[in-house]
Ligand binder design. Structure first.
Ligand code: AMP
Ligand code: MG
Length: 191
């Protein structure tokens, strides 16, 4: 099994953008990662069971079946991680109607065995601004306090994941207008 790096961040933190920038730069240096989006794998499995599920509605699927599909997704991701080092684009915590749900519960960590966990963060105000501009995705508009709480809890649970696995945790702040700085940091972690 290859090196696995887990990248997380609340929606609107800019996770996918920072990842794309870093992978592009790394490629020019001859380091090639396979990028796997946990949500893509979940959605594919989810649609086979719950017809017409959309990406943002997926988290509202009841926890019982959600957990089963999450576990199956972890197995598929590990299976794909045979050739290159793998970067998994995912979430520390998923906001379900029942409450916060761990993106990496014990059985997922055991499958992925990540070497490092990266958290992409941004100031709550900027996160909300980005979400409202993200017209392709319809997400509930959280209050500033909710985004702050989510980001605090992401940090806390990332440390718990580290305690369980020995993974390192790196926090990268992706401020408006400072994308290149965040990308640079990400390249350092992955390089
Ligand atoms: P994203 O497009 O990265 O914001 O992810 C879309 C959706 O995928 C999330 O809202 C979750 O429902 C699901 N998802 C992503 N990663 C995980 C995970 N590790 N565990 C459970 N669900 C996940
Ligand atoms: Mg994303």
């Amino acid at each position: 099994m290859n090196r696995v790096v887990v990248v997380t961040g609340t929606p609107g933190a800019g996770k996918s953008t920072v990842i794309a920038g870093a992978l592009k730069e790394l490629k020019t240096r001859g380091t090639e990662y396979s990028l796997i989006n946990y949500g893509d794998v979940m959605l594919k499995l989810m649609r086979a069971r719950f017809k017409g599920t959309d990406r943002d509605e997926m988290r509202k699927v009841p926890t019982g079946p959600y957990r089963k599909i999450q576990r199956e997704a972890a197995r598929r991701i590990v299976h794909a991680a045979e050739k290159n080092p793998v970067l998994v684009d995912t979430h520390c915590l998923v906001k379900k109607p029942e409450g916060y749900y761990p993106g990496l519960p014990r059985w997922v960590l055991e499958e992925l065995n990540p070497e490092s966990i990266v958290i992409i963060e941004a100031p709550a105000r900027e996160v909300l601004g980005r979400r409202s501009r993200d017209i392709g995705r319809c997400r509930d508009r959280d209050a500033l306090a909710e985004v702050e709480e989510h980001q605090q809890l992401n940090r806390a649970i990332a440390m718990a994941y580290a305690a369980l696995t020995g993974a390192t945790v790196r926090i990268i702040v992706n401020r408006d207008g400072k994308l290149s700085e965040a990308v640079k940091e990400m390249v350092e972690v992955l390089g």
